[in-house]
Design a protein around this ligand. Structure first.
Ligand code: IPE
Length: 251
């Protein structure tokens, strides 16, 4: 099984509310179609279909109405993405975290994976997404696609885990590093560049922290630039490295 997250920065224009990057949506779907993998689990982020709405939810009294607007925005991106996948003949269906996951203090506490398992058995590609989710500690919380990836990585032991973003990998002192040793993460932490736009889930640093945790449990992952032509296909069908590998030790 391959686990691939496509960041909201790839599918949407993060600077403009609910604006999709149509050309990238198509390019991503085409590469997934060409790879012809039926053992794939997709997760996507929210970008401008969720981060601004989630920021409003968090700052404006945490109303159910704002929670709904957040879920509605990211669900509509999910629908657009799945429509594009279907137009490329990829048999994909949604799994919405709001309906299937609960959190405790912001971390996944329960996830009923029966639907996901049956989808894979039927050669259907599940498409999950970052979402606003009920939290047993307090109302709703924002669940990032990256936390979903980390959770599924530990439960399902995928053969490959990829995080497609709009940067080339982990940028340290202006340059992409090809490998991050999870044990040395603390040395890098201060220098990892964050996001310049509204990002309620903590941007690159938070993403890398999730991946460092799974690396410490022995699970390797790769952050790469999914906006560059061919990188998704290379990740899915070859062993060629396209971004920064995060693992334990020195590779
Ligand atoms: C964010 O998910 C979910 C919401 C804001 C509702 P992600 O954190 O995975 O989204 P991106 O990839 O950063 O856009």
């Amino acid at each position: 099984m391959i686990l691939l997250k496509i960041g909201g920065s790839v599918l949407t224009d993060k600077a403009r509310a609910s604006t999709v990057r149509k050309d990238f949506l198509r390019m991503v779907a085409q590469q997934i179609a060409n790879a012809k993998r039926d053992d794939l689990v997709l997760v996507h982020g929210a970008g401008s279909f969720g981060h601004p709405q989630a920021a409003a939810y968090l700052s404006k009294g945490r109303s159910i109405s704002d929670a709904w607007k957040t879920h509605r925005a990211v669900s509509s991106l999910n629908t657009l993405f799945i429509n594009e996948l279907h137009s490329q003949r990829v048999p994909a269906l949604p799994i919405h975290p709001l309906d299937s996951i609960t959190l405790d203090g912001g971390r996944i506490a329960r996830f009923d994976m029966a639907v996901l398992g049956l989808m894979l058995e039927n050669d259907i590609i599940p498409v999950l997404h970052g979402d606003i989710v009920l939290d047993s500690a307090d109302g709703f919380n924002i669940l990032s696609g990256d936390q979903i990836v980390a959770f599924l990585a530990q439960r399902m032991q995928p053969e490959k885990i990829g995080i497609g973003t709009d940067v080339d990998g982990i940028i340290y002192k202006g340059e992409k590093i090809s490998h991050l040793n999870a044990n040395e993460f603390e040395n890098y932490r201060k220098e990892i560049v964050g996001s310049s736009v509204v990002d309620v889930t903590g941007g690159m640093l938070r993403k890398v922290s999730e991946l460092v945790e799974i690396a410490k449990a022995g699970i390797q992952s790769e952050i790469f630039n999914a906006t560059r032509g061919g990188n998704i296909a290379k990740f899915l069908i070859s062993n060629q490295q396209v971004g920064t590998i995060i693992s334990i030790g020195t590779k």
